[in-house]
Each structure stands twice: as structure tokens, then as C-alpha cells.
Design a protein around this ligand. Structure first.
Ligand SMILES: [Zn+2]
Ligand SMILES: [Zn+2]
Length: 342
């Protein structure tokens, strides 16, 4: 008779808003979790790990495997936050990978799922609900969500998960504490699974929760729908390489201010179209320097493409999108700009 396993699924948000320090810290966190679990004899014997990532699409980057066989995935950000697709994929993976109890054998323990996200889903809400509904009834897993930052819709997470937690920001130090806690929880659960305790292997160990991680009760955080961050995908007009500009909402001013730029490896078009409304230029304050050529201004071509531009205007710039020559001039008027999907 085969050993009963404790399946652990990590669902990781790899949307654009995770770019920079966040995704690097999550990467370190996953490596740390795997190291911790591999050093624990109970976990080594019982825990099996899978990793699902999501952006425009959801993909299982690590199939459910024993700890010694798990290769830490390289996490990469892409546009989109398809949480609904991630839930659907989770349901399919559990259906396929987790052994059910039959008359001949006891099945695996109920899986533990840790979902880490920093944003609101960009896929359609009805699909999310449907996927969640099927996850919820009957319970196929003990599901825990950790929402990070100010753009998380906690109401939605409550509909999907058994318990919801919050991390106010994704600094390396805070994420490290989070992942130490998650590994400690899996370690506790694998000890319980190895004992004579019956069918329940448990979930998160609240006694070990670090102070930086706050448990969220329904209604505790209300999201009014105003995105706290906006992302624009721009191009260097000289080097024709893409970068992302992050804007942060200022409540008192009621506009967004530029806070960072991130060079992008390549322009990844998944072919998935997002319902992200264009934003009025009057809502955005500041243009950070181009990370490739240092141009200190920016502009929008008639084709809709965004690009860096010299600070001395007017100037003629070749649009890196449609390759037409564009006359860039100072503009006081409002115009609309296409957002990236976060
Ligand atoms: Zn440039
Ligand atoms: Zn153009």
C-alpha cells in the first residue's frame, strides 16, 4: 500500500505589478520554503509540492512531486491577473494528481493551498465565481490566501478561501517571514499526518504566524474599486525596447504619481485581450526618465503606442510601434492613454 501524501499547492501571482523587488522576494521565498521542507524528515516523507503561476494565463510550472524532485521554478512577470484561470487549473490538477480514497486504499490528505496575490483579477468575474464555486463545494483543499499591498480585493479572496491574510508590503524581509511561516505550517501538518490523528492533516499554524502577517476577517478591508496603481507599457524611441512605468494613487490629490520604471526583457504579447480602460493623461503626474536612453519626457503616438521622448520639445521621434515619424510637442490638453493590465 502506498504512503498517504500531503499535497501542497503554491499559487503565485506573476502579473506585471509584481515586477521588481516583489517577484525577486517571492522567488527567494519559494527557494527558502523548499530548503526548509527538505531539511525536515516528516515533511520529506509526506509533503508533495506543486507550483501554479498566473498572469494572462495560468500554468502548472511544477507538477505535484516529492520534495527531492522539485526544481524551484524561475518566476517571470507578464501582463494580466487571471486568478479565475488559476483556480480552474488548481481544480483540474487536484482532480488529476491527488489520490482519492477507495475501498482498496486510503487516499491522500486534503491538499493545502497557498495563494499569493497583489491585485484584482483581470479575467471575468463570472468565470472566477464558477471556478471558486466548484472549489468550495465540496471542499477539495484547505485554501489560504495571502493578499499583499493595497490593490487586493479581500472580499473575493474570502469567497474562495478558508482563511485570508494580509501583508502590507512585499519587502524581502516580510516575504521571508511569510515563507518561513508557511513552511512551518506544512511541517506541523506533516507531523500531524504522520501521527495517529486520523484524516485531518490541518492547514496553517496560527500559533507561528508572524506579526507582519495580519489575519483578515470579512469586511475588514473594503476596496472601492479605484486601482491603487496604474501601469503603462512604454518603449524607448531610440533603442526600441520596452519598459513599464508604475504610477501610484495619491488619495489626497486624487491622481497618480510616477514611482518607478522597469526595463522589460521583451515585449510579451500573449494574445489575451484585457478589459483595462484607457486613462486620462490629467490623472497621471510625472514621466520618469527612460531606463535605456535617459530621455526625460514621453509621448503617445496616434497609433496608441507610448514612447520616451527628449525633454527638449518639439522634436521628431520615430514611433517604435508603427515606425511613423511623430511630431512631439508640449501638450496641456487631456488625452487618453492605454494602460497595461497590471
Ligand atoms: Zn529611451
Ligand atoms: Zn505609432
Amino acid at each position: 500500500m502506498s504512503q498517504r501524501r500531503l499535497p501542497v499547492y503554491l499559487i503565485l501571482d506573476c502579473s506585471e505589478s509584481m515586477i521588481g523587488e516583489s517577484i525577486a522576494s517571492v522567488q527567494k521565498g519559494v527557494d527558502l520554503l523548499l530548503r526548509q521542507l527538505r531539511s525536515d524528515p516528516h515533511a520529506l516523507e509526506t509533503a508533495y509540492v506543486s507550483v501554479i503561476t498566473f498572469h494572462a494565463t495560468a500554468q502548472q510550472v511544477v507538477p505535484l512531486s516529492e520534495l527531492t524532485e522539485v526544481q524551484a521554478p524561475r518566476l517571470e512577470v507578464r501582463p494580466g491577473t487571471s486568478l479565475g484561470a488559476a483556480f480552474k487549473l488548481l481544480r483540474d490538477c487536484i482532480h488529476r494528481e491527488v489520490r482519492k480514497t477507495t475501498t482498496a486504499q486510503k487516499g491522500d490528505y486534503r491538499p493545502i493551498v497557498f495563494l499569493l496575490t497583489d491585485g484584482q483579477p483581470t479575467d471575468d468575474w463570472a468565470a472566477v465565481k464558477k471556478a471558486i464555486g466548484q472549489v468550495t463545494n465540496p471542499r477539495i483543499a484547505n485554501m489560504y490566501a495571502i493578499g499583499c499591498g493595497d490593490d487586493v480585493d479581500f472580499t473575493m479572496l474570502h469567497e474562495a478561501c478558508d482563511a485570508v491574510f494580509r501583508l502590507d508590503e512585499m519587502t524581502p524581509e516580510k516575504l521571508k517571514k511569510l515563507f518561513i511561516w508557511l513552511s512551518a505550517s506544512v511541517q506541523s501538518a506533516s507531523v500531524a499526518a504522520g501521527g495517529s490523528g486520523g484524516d485531518k492533516a490541518g492547514g496553517v499554524d496560527l500559533t507561528k504566524k508572524p506579526a507582519e502577517v495580519e489575519q483578515v476577517t470579512p469586511g475588514m478591508y473594503h476596496h472601492d474599486g479605484t486601482p491603487r496603481q496604474v501601469f503603462l507599457k512604454s518603449y524607448c524611441s531610440q533603442k526600441r525596447r520596452p519598459f513599464l512605468i508604475r504610477y501610484r494613487y495619491l488619495d489626497d490629490e486624487e491622481y497618480y504619481v510616477a514611482t518607478a520604471v522597469y526595463p522589460l526583457e521583451s515585449f510579451v504579447d500573449s494574445g489575451v485581450k484585457f478589459e483595462v480602460p484607457p486613462i486620462n493623461s490629467s490623472m497621471l503626474m510625472g514621466v520618469p526618465p527612460c531606463p535605456y536612453c535617459g530621455n526625460e519626457s514621453g509621448g503617445v503616438c496616434g497609433c496608441g503606442g507610448i514612447m520616451c521622448a527628449p525633454s527638449q520639445l518639439p522634436a521628431t521621434v520615430r514611433c517604435p510601434h508603427c515606425l511613423q515619424s511623430v511630431e512631439m510637442a508640449e501638450s496641456d490638453g487631456d488625452f487618453t492613454i492605454n494602460q497595461s493590465a497590471g
